[in-house]
Design a protein around this ligand. Sequence first.
Ligand code: FES
Ligand code: MG
Length: 569
Amino acid sequence: MPVTEKKPHGLARGAANYGDPEFALYLRRSFASSMGYSRAMMEKPVVGIADTASDYNNCHRTVPELVEAVKRGVLAAGGLPLAFPTVSLCEPSLTPTSMHYRNLMALDTEAMLSAQPMDAAVLVGGCDKTVPAQLMAAASADVPSVMLVTGPMLAQRFEGERLSACTDCRRYWARYRAGDVSEQRIGEIEGKLATTAGTCGVMGTASTMACLAATLGFMPLMAASAPAVHADRLRMAEEAGTLAVRLITHPVKPSEIITEASVENALRVLLSLGGSTNALIHLTAIAGRAGVKIDLKRLDALSEETPVLVDLKPTGEGYMEDFHAAGGLVALLRELRDLLHLEAKDLYGRTLGEQLDAAPPFVDRTYIRARATPVSPVGGLVSLFGSLAPDGAILKRSAATESLFETEARCVVFDGLADLANRIDDDALDVTKDDILILKNAGPLTPAGMPEAGYLPIPKKLARAGVKDMVRMSDCRMSGTAFGTIVLHISPEAAAGGPLALVESGDRVRLSVKERRLDLLVEESELARRRAAWRKPAAPKRGWDKLMHEQVLQAPEGVDMAFLRPEGV
Ligand code: FES
Ligand code: MG
């Protein structure tokens, strides 16, 4: 497809400011010449490729070959592909948590998308925080961008079962803590949990975000779930390159596809997947960059009428490879068809309705259920409000224990991560299986940076006695691969002086999923006394930590930074 754009394109877009724009372009071309490009190549439109390969990022192990395939697609379609590095984030590699750096990656990526000459972009990501960061960046830079995910890993057969990161990591670790898996066996399993390239093999945050990105229209629907090591993945990379060049002559900007309609479709998908709670934060941040607001009360209303249809870990049984084989996102969206805004468009300009009409029928109902036989008739997430969470909290009911949905109990409070680590396994800890465990001071404003510590471990003495679940609450997050009756993202967080800051061990707290309530049952006079004694935690003094602390917003705003959001959102 020849590209015949009249406006400055490719390397001629923008210019470094030397006070002489023609000289600036002359200089840019002469430096590009040093890379060995011919003048003919330098005249072509440019597709920038955000390359997130990193030796710290196992989930991105295949990025080099994906980038090569994208380049192939760009060249074949008549563009000049130019890959550039950005921050790359891998869940287990970052201290204090990858979440603390999602906005940094978004800021870096946005700046490079805006500053470097390119007509369109392909964003290569995969691990949990990378796809949200890249889509936030694309929305703010508003450069036509194709999302290409690395894809999920394959599960490993092991002694009659299958294992994959990271629900099985947690399942086995819980059994090890309870004393029914030996030291030697847990060591053996360590080597079997993640055995191929790719992102976590369950419906954790990475897979959920891939499905949401495709639902928003940033990639073909089946590209959300094709395994990392499948040859299709490389073909999808090639197509991403071709599509990016198409976007130069048929531009579709991120701001045109992130709409009220597509965001609501994405929320439906999130609920129907039984998807990750983190994805709600990320979708809120992405939508917020395009001026679309997600209201937790609306989420709740959608949840009442959106069934869980996907039976994958951590809420169900299967792995991402099963989801893909069963028809992936296309099969799911066909089932949800009457609940969706079918007019939403993708990067090809196709409506969702057209895409679903063109898809083949799917017959394998093991992992993607028909509407008549859902995993659950209602959605995976509920939002809670009340005196403990005036601005809201989240519970993944599809991964929780129903008998704990209506709980009023005494709470055992941990003041922060260090306190939790010091006391949770202490045999002297005054705790019973009927108590509520509360962790505070781990929200976005804290140095902990809202880690995935909301999956508080069951105290060892209770785990050994066979306790599998308890009501747990915090102002932080949990991994998309985790499960349990866990209330997350309590807002405002304790460090912002929210009511959570005032909770003390021995207080009574009431959770009612039926009423969507989360209440602290303490007299107002007593709370006023505690509020007067509360002191704001010290702020970090420099660098990224300081900037985050000054600018970060709470969970209902997607934990984005105030200065990165468009005005008026
Ligand atoms: Fe990267 Fe799970 S650690 S996707
Ligand atoms: Mg995760």
